[in-house]
Design a protein around this ligand. Structure first.
Ligand SMILES: Cc1ncc(COP(=O)(O)O)c(C=O)c1O
Length: 414
């Protein structure tokens, strides 16, 4: 196998990359191969200055006036408007607020109230746990009139029936990167009279998403992954226009009131999606997220997807060439049109292997029981990074380095 040639090819692909300019807009420490943007995106270079401004000038000097003069009050809708362009939504169909988990609760509750005669929330067994836990908690709260029904991903479409109120799915599976056909599953849900909610945590900024093109009802997503909003960045929520007037918020907070500064004793929902705001936004975090979303909008969507697929293809190809005798099994779909922007391999010693790789400056992560996960944030991951990642991984395996005792001890965040 001619690995020098592969390395040269990776360099040539980087030289020809139409979104290669974006790499320098991020801070990525020298020598680090960062393949964990699906967990925490890298920091846009613009962030320290915008955060410094919101803290020192806006908060420090302008104080309370900032709600009006520095656009703090309108920030959830403003950043939502920018984000809408990334997910195929209209400008007033997306708001930035709260965490993904809280937004799941708000939208699931509202969805169940739109389908009072139906009693099933249908989801996938391998969905991200918070999506399932939030549904459990909501069902408990409503006196267990509903049921959370879990099936395997491939069985979802056939499991939707006349009892299904809401289909709740994560578009790109957090563990394997397998991607649902959003248009097809949404259409099937609607044919059965059910609503659908998509979790876009691993989609927004990573793969093309067309919520309105697919006729989706609701969606949520994270700000700190591919949107590069920083640790604990606020999340977002989407509801299609046709639902706005009928949404009854359970978290009926003052910011979602029709006239928040009238301070009326009774709740009246705001006209549009603003009714889904519960309370005061985390302005500093929102400011960082805005920088991340603005940067994402500079990259052309088609170029992002084709680079992301090229990175994945190169990774799989080099793994076959350099690591095929070490017992890795591709845990992501082999058909690239049905995978997101990550590649996963299963290995019985996945945890210590990942620790050994991280010690060499190649950052991926591990998901129990045996998955090594590598995310390819197309704005800043280069083809050369893929080459280095596989080169290190093969060295970790060939030398038996992964089996050192220090790599077996579990950290609290894996
Ligand atoms: C699919 C999915 N949903 C939700 C979350 C997290 O939600 P929260 O922002 O509430 O922590 C994650 C985090 O990894 C995720 O992968």
């Amino acid at each position: 196998v001619d690995l020098t040639a592969a390395r040269e090819r990776a360099r040539a692909l980087d030289d020809a990359d139409p979104i290669g300019f974006a790499r320098d807009r991020f801070v990525v420490p020298d020598g680090l191969v960062y393949l964990d943007g699906n967990s925490l995106g890298a920091m846009p270079r613009a962030v320290p200055d915008v955060v410094q401004d919101v803290v020192a000038r806006q908060w420090g000097d302008d104080l309370i006036a900032s709600w009006n003069t520095n656009g703090w009050w309108s920030a959830p809708a403003r950043v939502g408007r920018a984000l809408a362009r990334l997910v195929g939504a209209a400008e007033d169909e997306v708001l930035v607020a709260d965490s993904t988990s809280v937004n799941l609760f708000k939208l699931m509750a509202a969805a169940l109230r739109l389908k009072p005669e139906r009693r099933v929330i249908l989801s996938e067994r391998s969905n991200f746990p918070t999506d399932l836990y939030i549904a459990e908690g909501l069902i408990e709260l409503t006196g267990s009139r509903h049921e959370l029904r879990l099936v395997d991903g491939a069985e979802i479409a056939d499991a939707i029936d006349g009892d299904t109120a809401l289909v709740s799915l994560t578009h790109v599976n957090y563990r394997t990167g397998a991607m649902h056909d959003m248009a097809d599953v949404t259409a099937r849900a609607h044919r059965a009279g059910a609503l659908i909610l998509w979790d876009l945590a691993h989609s927004a900024g990573a793969v093309p998403v067309d919520l309105n093109g697919c006729g989706a009802d609701f969606a949520v997503g994270c700000g700190y992954k591919y949107l590069n909003g920083g640790p604990g960045a606020p999340a977002f929520l989407f509801a299609a226009h046709r639902h706005h007037a009928g949404l009854l918020p359970v978290l009926s907070g003052w910011m979602g009131h029709a006239a928040p500064f009238a301070f009326e004793p009774g709740y009246r929902p705001a006209d549009g999606l603003e009714r889904m705001l519960a309370g005061t936004p985390a302005v500093i975090g929102l400011t960082a997220l805005e920088a991340g979303v603005d940067l994402m909008l500079e990259g052309d969507g088609a170029a992002l997807r084709s680079k992301s697929l090229a990175l994945g293809r190169l990774f799989v190809e080099l793994m076959e060439q350099k690591c095929s005798r070490h017992g890795f099994r591709l845990a992501s779909p082999t058909d690239e049109s049905s995978r997101g922007s990550q590649i996963c391999f299963a290995h019985e010693h996945g945890y210590p292997i990942m620790r050994a790789l991280i010690a060499r400056g190649v950052i991926g992560d591990f998901r129990a029981p045996d998955i090594l996960r590598f995310g390819f944030a197309p704005l800043y991951v280069r083809h050369a990074d893929i080459w280095h990642a596989v080169d290190h991984l093969s060295a970790v395996m060939d030398s038996g380095e992964w089996d050192r005792p220090e790599f077996h001890a579990r950290a609290s965040v894996t």
